[in-house]
Design a protein around this ligand. Structure first.
Ligand SMILES: [Zn+2]
Length: 341
């Protein structure tokens, strides 16, 4: 079903993500044995253009070349797309929507994810880390799918900004949350030095840590935000980013909109401009169970599309490709983990 190795191919630590395909196939799982047997599961490059995970792993493995303090299962995601610095190929599904969840798929990628999940459910890792980057400006943050204390402690080791989300379906950290503390970490723009360093430090801490029951000295700073909806652009609405408009389009998205990420937005904050007052609302906002809640959060004021209620956006991207493949952004409210058990 997948390739499983018990050591890394020679020289692999010398290459960038774009050359990994010369050494491993998509979904190669490598078991690296360490002193503590209960492993850390680490997933990298589910999106081929998000290379921070591999850059941090190289530092971690070089520094612990003699003997790893803890065993690691390292999963390589889309090394073929990484070759072309692409999130995924056009004909491919999003790898991080194919893990076992509410809606299971039957295609080959989903079968591989099911196989890996079943295997790891038996092994019960110490923790599971899925490493990603954003295409827009965001603080580095950790995403969790459960408000259990071990999940929050695990996330706090990476960043003070923590988001809790239960959708989209089919993501790696959601599938693994059933049997071990799991987290998705978002390390800023791909390949930036601060994101690599923060990820490396996080992984280095985790391979030495003996328990996630208590993490001293972090509780007072951390903020947990709850993602409650996804903002997509209707497929029939043509879009462009302000300043990059070459042809007339239905909706021009404000330049620098991604500066709003993780800030509380006031009513009336403008997201962009329509070509005509009669043009449809360009967004569809859906809650976690798929209900259309667009009218609660956005309104048209003339040709402007504005926020209708105070809300905190996350992961606003200014990449048209990412907007079309995934979404424009998510909307969040502060969560109170202490009351949510
Ligand atoms: Zn990603």
């Amino acid at each position: 079903m997948i390739n499983i190795l018990d050591e890394l191919p020679n020289e692999i630590l010398e290459v960038d993500a774009t050359r990994l395909h010369e050494f491993v196939e998509n979904h190669t799982l490598v078991h690296l044995k360490g002193k503590i047997k209960r492993p850390l599961f680490i997933s990298i490059l589910q999106h081929g253009d998000e290379t921070t995970g591999w850059d941090a792993m190289k530092l971690l493995l070089k520094q612990n070349a003699d003997k790893l303090p803890r065993s690691i299962y390292l999963l390589f995601g889309n090394v073929q797309a990484a070759k072309n610095n692409l999130r995924q190929f056009d004909e491919q599904p999003d790898f991080n929507r194919c893990w076992p969840g509410l809606h299971n798929h039957s295609h080959e990628i989903a079968q591989r994810m099911q196989f890996i999940t079943d295997m790891m459910a038996e092994i019960k890792p110490f923790a599971s880390i899925d490493i990603h980057n954003n295409s827009g400006r965001n603080p580095h943050y950790a995403g969790i799918n459960s408000l259990g204390s071990k999940f929050i402690n695990l996330a706090s080791l990476f960043a003070d900004t923590i988001i809790h989300f239960t959708s989209p379906d089919g993501i790696q950290s959601g599938a693994f949350a059933k049997f071990c503390p799991s987290v998705t970490i978002e390390c800023g723009m791909s390949g930036t030095a601060d994101g690599i360093e923060q990820t490396h430090t996080f992984l280095e801490n985790l391979i030495h840590l003996s328990s996630l029951d208590t993490i001293p000295g972090v509780a007072e700073h951390r903020q947990v935000l709850n993602i409650f909806s996804t903002v997509k652009i209707k497929p029939e609405i043509s879009i462009a980013i302000e300043g990059e408009v070459t042809n007339p389009v239905n909706f021009v998205i404000n330049d620098d909109l991604d500066y709003h990420n993780f800030h509380l937005l006031e009513v009336g904050t403008v997201f962009g401009h329509l070509d005509d007052e009669k043009t449809d609302m360009p967004f569809v906002v859906t809650d976690q169970i798929g209900h259309d809640i667009t009218d609660h959060y956005f309104e048209k004021r003339g040709t402007q599309v504005c926020i209708k209620q105070q809300v905190i956006p996350a992961m606003i991207t200014q990449s048209i490709r990412a907007i079309r493949l995934d979404c424009l952004c998510y909307l969040m409210h502060p969560a109170n983990p202490l009351q949510s058990h």
